[in-house]
Design a binder for this molecule. Sequence first.
Ligand SMILES: [Fe+2]
Length: 232
Amino acid sequence: MTFVFPRESLRAFPPSLHPDYKSTVKRAPKRPLVVTPHTLSELTGPVYGHDNIRRGDEDLTKQHTGEPLGERIVVHGRVLDEDGRGVPDTLVEIWQANACGRYIHKRDQHSAPLDPNFTGAGRTATDAEGRYKFVTVKPGAYPWGNHPNAWRPAHIHFSLFGHSFLSRLVTQMYFPGDPLMAYDPIFNSVGDEKARARMVSRFDLATTEPDWALAYEFDIVLRGRNQTPAQS
Ligand SMILES: [Fe+2]
């Protein structure tokens, strides 16, 4: 069995070394990568997670006794292959800072407050049309020390698992109109302007819920022309 990702889609990926994003200087590989051939076990082996999604995992505002502070939002979209077809049964996981820009993580020492009603992690699987939906609060910007007074634009981290471990994609979703994007070396490590635009969600008035939540739409396109064979 052969399995080849279309090389043209790799152009959208940021380089491993992007000096403006300082930590890449230390971690970028200094030697050419070794290409290992994919075999049946990588392509068809079991992946974890799909069976363990619990009802409510997709609603980050209902994981504690009270509701979190912040601007309640619906984040939804489709996971699509390269030809625009929805990809079902994709495990979609998100993690994010709270509305004040603080993560629950021992290395996050930002002076903004933690929210006892917000953990900031959720998961779901796409439906038959590749759709997913989360309810959460809009994350705040946070400082990160990369350069003088560097603040990350508001963002939500996404991880997607398809039908095999090799079909994983990790990315970040941004919010339209955020002035911090222009100054963010992580966002701008993606060199292609159109590719950067694909990381920015769309304000979706039609999906907002009156007196309850705003909404953003974020479609994710996988490198999909040669999909992992799926079980029928
Ligand atoms: Fe982050």
